[in-house]
Design a protein around this ligand. Sequence first.
Ligand code: UD1
Ligand code: MG
Length: 458
Amino acid sequence: MSTPNEAASCLAVILAAGEGTRMKSTRPKVLHEVAGLSLVGHALKSAEAAGIGRAVVVIGPDRPDVAKEVTRLMPEAEVVEQRERRGTAHAVLQAERAIASGHEAIVVLFGDTPLVRPETIRALAEAVRQGKTAVAVMGFQAKDPAGYGRLILDGTDLVDIREHRDASEKERAITLCNGGLMALRGELALDLLKSVQNRNAQNEFYLTDCVGLARARGFSARVIEVAEEEALGVNDRVQLAACEAVLQNRLRERHMRNGVTLIAPETVFFATDTVIGRDVLIEPNCVFGPGVSIAENAVIHAFSHLEGATVAAGATVGPFARLRTGASLGKGAKVGNFVEVKNADLGAGAKVSHLTYLGDATIGAEANIGAGTITCNYDGFHKFRTKIGAGAFIGSNSSLVAPVIIGAGAFVGSGSVVTKDVPPNALAVARGRQVTKEGWADQFRARPENQVRQKPSR
Ligand code: UD1
Ligand code: MG
């Protein structure tokens, strides 16, 4: 996370110690996902995208699962525990060692607020770097301000933040609210945080008190205002879905602006990390899980589901196709309807047009895989690979029992169960030979024991 740009001397402190009771879940709140990424992952990624050089994540006690997710996404991030929930300032102070190590700005992010844009983080950090402003707060006009801290202004100066519970009637009428994100001048941060008291309705150490404390030291505070949508936090599953909707709209718009055609954008769902090239066409009702990359001019037909898959230029997928982790389609390859591909490479121009399962396989360029082909990759204990050479032709309804190799240019007769390797350019037929008995049906019907029955209608 050491992007060599202007925000590199900032420290991000991500608060993720919340219990998330209203999620009614055994999973901690910050591990719930929107657009294929955990909430805490969104905070880490937006800090990273803002160019912040270092991150500390404050987690609740006994949360190895949260620590693991943080490390998975950003191995160099530091994880600290807040043993007791004593307020947002107390939570930030758990990162004391990192804060003391000298940064121009400390940016506090909430692990449950996934829609914050990197530009906002940068603007906050920038605001406290020099001059009189030592505290910057992300503010927004709330349609319903109940529950939020109110931003009290004097002109454009932020004078104080009053939590809803501590606010007077007059203060409660204010609709400009605290979105939670805050930047503190680095050299002042520890002094401010350590001066916070807990004399308030909740007996908590409020981060928001840093505003008044900075002013008492002759500095000023200001608000960076954003749309309400950006400040949306997740406390329950309804808000989780609301965040998902906002994020999906952003992703759809981003891809369309980058040159991707979406016929019915509202029916297509992306992951945060989906990569799509120019002139890709995506038909309605497609879902992209994490780790998908699609190159230019590919077509994803309706009702396809992709995750962990790579699709090269000009390839076509679907309708009704499923590409699972490790599926890789070469240039111009075709995966048609009711085909599932997992951990398999398809060479350029390879075709698998209908009703097929390809798992743990390598398919050569221009190979043709007939309808109903199955790679039998699993014996109940282990997985085995199937290799199909370039230009091979697999007849319909064949079972390829792995490990097995079909040589380049070879043919497999349809209906075969292939258990032995097939040399290049050979034909393998592995099915019962057809037996035809002329007139057999009439003799059968004529048997005395079949006379009582009604003749089958023809
Ligand atoms: C906070 C702000 C409020 C703002 C609102 C925006 C304070 C005092 N108040 O209130 O002004 O309008 O967010 O949503 O900051 N956390 C910890 N440890 C703690 C306490 C909190 O890690 O001891 C974390 C929570 O997990 C959460 C974040 O800090 O991610 C905010 O805490 P929360 O309890 O939601 O604060 P609010 O009451 O919503
Ligand atoms: Mg909250």
